[in-house]
Design a protein around this ligand. Sequence first.
Ligand SMILES: [Zn+2]
Length: 451
Amino acid sequence: MATTLALASSRVVTPEGERPGVVLVAGDRIVDVVAPADAPADTATDHEDLGDQVIMPGFVDSHVHVNDPGRAHWEGFDTATRAAALGGITTVVDMPLNCLPPTTTVESLDRKLAAVHGRTHVDVAFWGGVVPGSEEHLDGLAAAGVLGFKAFTCDSGVPEYGSFAPSAAAGLLARTAALGVPLIVHAEDPAALATAPADADPRRYRTWLDTRPADAEVAAITTLLDGVRATGGRLHVLHLSAADALAPLADARRAGLPVTVETCPHYLTLTAEDVADGATDHKCAPPIRDRANQDRLWEALADGTIDGVVSDHSPAPAEDKGLATGDFLGAWGGIASLQLGFPVLWSAARRRGFGLSDVARWLASGPARIAGLRRKGAIVPGADADLIVVDPDDTWTVDAAALAHRHPITPYDGRRLTGTVRRTYLRGRCIARDGALLQPATGQPRRRDEV
Ligand SMILES: [Zn+2]
């Protein structure tokens, strides 16, 4: 197939690093990345030199609660994927809970696919869910193309999505291993969680933080790693917050166990010391911890113990988020930040001496590997032509009301950030430019064997 698009830049971020180059696209795939002198003349219908604006792989966000169908008044495929496209995310993987019904049966997945149809601006794939009593549906969901299965070891926050004891969750690894997919786990041990004292002030962040100690993450992860050792099943640890769990995770990886780990921008850029009383837009579980903990998460990103950074975008309306009362114990736990992952992470990463290749690894190739999306997350021949163009030096101020997700709530409101996504290409087509969507919803739902 002839080249249909050729994008040149002095800075193309490939798995080998940043270099001058021309990304050659034919249809929906990348066919090559060549040196500027080697770019074929006159073959491209659309040839453009972007100068020193940076070409990066489209980001992959493997942890998004779209909540559609069923709680689409919290979020939805149209609004969430608009935010994704504008934020440089070309693939979203939807979580199986907070939607109704949860994605624990093939019928639920079918209803989700119906909700997606014609309403997604980026490609979307799906995690299946497993709750006590739904195990019989694992085979069918795997055959229907979910990427893996999500389990909780503590209360999920919604009544319809039950949890397993940590040892029972570890036992699920035998089932998921047989299906060839990962078990992805919200890992906090309920035995180590605490109830706030009756006289504690629910508006204080400390009150919430004290109910979710780091030991709860360490205990659950330790039990799950025992399950990996016993079964050989692949474990993915969701939204790691507690740095104390890094040592057992690093040991497991050194031993060659099939374990991956993600963290989120909020754990890397917000700190418990800075969360104001009543600022329930910062509530999530596990919680945002202190600055010393955060420094250790960055070290784990640098040494590869943590594979990727994902949003865990989990929005809710203002009344559920407790913004009027400031009640941390009653508020919905979830951070809304889908569109902001790149500038939030990059603003902090550059201050810590990291480069855009690191950011591409954390926001694109790492999450793609976690989710098993072989054609996503890297600028390499054969991959989907999911590309973004960024200005890494542009500095701007977040206005929550200007973001595309459904409710104008985010803990980053008013923050000065550096880094702007100028363009987003989905499978060779420019779908967003300078903050505006250019196409109708051209994203596709994708099965595990299609990506
Ligand atoms: Zn989540």
